[in-house]
Design a protein around this ligand. Structure first.
Ligand SMILES: *Cc1c(COP(=O)(O)O)cnc(C)c1O
Length: 449
């Protein structure tokens, strides 16, 4: 049997509401053509993000009822700690309300103005939290990552030679830590190989620099290693993940991704002194160290999710189903970032719509058209989001975990192919109003005349 089915059945459902193209045109006008400003009930298929949009399992919902809401020493904390300790092996773990809270605490403790923090590619909240401390966030992706059409197995890898020359030019003392994002979200959801993690670790160890994983999609990354990297085909995803964590000195984690939760995160470290400072900061803004800004029931959902996410049947389905969307549009002429990533498919909007120049936001134009045509919400990752610093004009279709079935995805494929068939008629956008920073969340647009 070749058909890979959803490895779950449905017990509780949420209705979807259809709207007409005329209604959607009205919602677009009210929202200034910004899909962040459209009410979720007016969306049919929501591929805005895979963050916090997961469907929880019966086991997670059952665990939620068991949540211990004690202020200090909650049983739920110790359940999460047992699961996290077994998986990561780090000496210290504190829960946080989401990934960026872990980042803020970590960088506040580790970074000083003028220092430099390299990564394969920093996620936007990671970059923002590093720069908020006065340090500089530097991306060192491998050169192949610049070519959206290059088929490379581990396109999320860090350029280790570039890391070595950065250490040589800056001096190890100015590099408080090195981050590695698995999978590489801003780099197209592309995986990082175990060999690359080991190589980065070696450079860090040689210079006494702490090495941290941004581990949001550790399980998807582990699956790619199992499928693509020689020597791991008969390892369980859990054993691969344990090896990934064993190479690092700590990690940040958003449970809104690979823990099937709707909120949460944690911060781990092996350094007793750093962990003590982190705990002090946690108490200041997040909460007591046994709940860290979360309810006891959230800690339970994360503990169960961290085990479910490593089930081979789930990960096989997850990676194959994301690839299914990618292949079905790419093989019919829609240019995507190749090869398909773990959690999302990225359409290369500049390549698909060459008649729309970057300053007329081809990714935004495509997002608007896909919503108007079919009620599908996606997100521009290009000049709207990054301004002149944008390296590509992409449209991201992120797949929430366990939420949509194959027929939903078939509908998305059909809609994209229909839009592609008459792409000449899509026109560019212009900004009529924008805030001073993170403009993609609230800018207003109109069709370019
Ligand atoms: C989502 C994400 C974060 C931030 O986590 P939040 O829970 O959204 O605060 C950090 N890094 C990566 C790679 C992410 O995908």
């Amino acid at each position: 049997m070749n058909t890979i089915i959803e490895p779950f059945r449905i017990k509780s459902v949420e209705p979807l509401r259809h709207t007409t193209p005329e209604e959607r045109q009205g919602y677009l006008e009210q929202a200034g053509y910004n899909l962040f400003l459209i009410e979720a009930r007016h969306i049919l298929i929501d591929l805005l993000t895979d963050s916090g949009t997961n469907a929880m399992s019966t086991a997670q919902w059952a665990a939620i009822m068991r949540g211990d809401e004690s202020y200090a020493g909650s049983e739920s904390f110790f359940r999460l700690k047992r699961v996290a300790d077994e998986l990561t092996g780090f000496r210290h773990m504190v829960p946080t309300h989401q990934g960026r809270a872990a980042e803020r605490i970590l960088f506040t403790v580790m970074c000083k103005p003028g220092q430099v923090v390299p990564s394969n590619t920093h996620f936007d909240t990671t970059r923002a939290n590093i720069e908020f401390t006065g340090a500089r966030a530097v991306d060192l992706p491998i050169p192949e990552a610049a070519d959206t059409q290059a088929h490379v197995d581990f396109k999320g890898n860090m350029d280790v030679a570039a890391l070595e020359s950065l250490v040589a030019s800056e001096g190890a003392a100015r590099i408080p830590l090195v981050m590695l994002t698995v999978t590489n979200n801003s780099g197209g959801g592309q995986p990082v190989s175990m060999a690359n993690i080991e190589a980065v670790k070696r450079v860090c160890a040689q210079h006494g620099i702490p090495f941290y994983l941004d581990a949001c999609r550790f399980a998807e990354n582990a699956w790619f290693i199992r499928e693509r990297e020689p020597g791991y085909a008969d390892w369980t995803p859990k054993r691969i993940a344990q090896k990934m964590f064993s190479l690092a000195d700590g990690c940040t984690f958003s449970a809104k991704k690979d823990a099937f939760a709707n909120i949460g995160g944690f911060l781990c470290s092996n350094d007793d002194r750093v962990a003590q400072q982190e705990t002090n900061l946690l108490i200041l803004t997040e909460g007591f160290p046994t709940y860290g800004g979360l309810a006891g029931r959230d800690l339970e959902a994360i503990a169960v999710g961290l085990e479910e996410i490593l089930e081979p049947d789930y990960l096989r389905y997850r990676i194959v189903s994301t690839g299914y969307l990618g292949r079905h549009i790419a093989d019919r002429g829609v240019p995507i970032v190749e090869p398909p990533g773990g959690h999302a498919i990225y359409i290369d909007a500049a390549r698909m719509l060459p008649h729309i120049p970057p300053r007329q936001f081809p990714g935004q134009a495509l997002a608007v058209e896909l919503y108007r045509h079919a009620g599908i919400r996606s997100v521009e990752i290009g000049s709207v989001m990054f301004g002149d610093a944008a390296r590509h004009e992409l449209l991201r279709l992120a797949i929430p975990r366990r939420v949509y079935t194959q027929s939903h995805i078939d509908y998305v494929v059909e809609a994209i192919l229909e839009v592609n068939a008459r792409k000449q008629q899509i026109c560019g956008m212009e900004i009529v109003e924008e805030p001073p920073f993170l403009r993609h969340f609230s800018a207003r647009f109109r069709p370019h005349p």
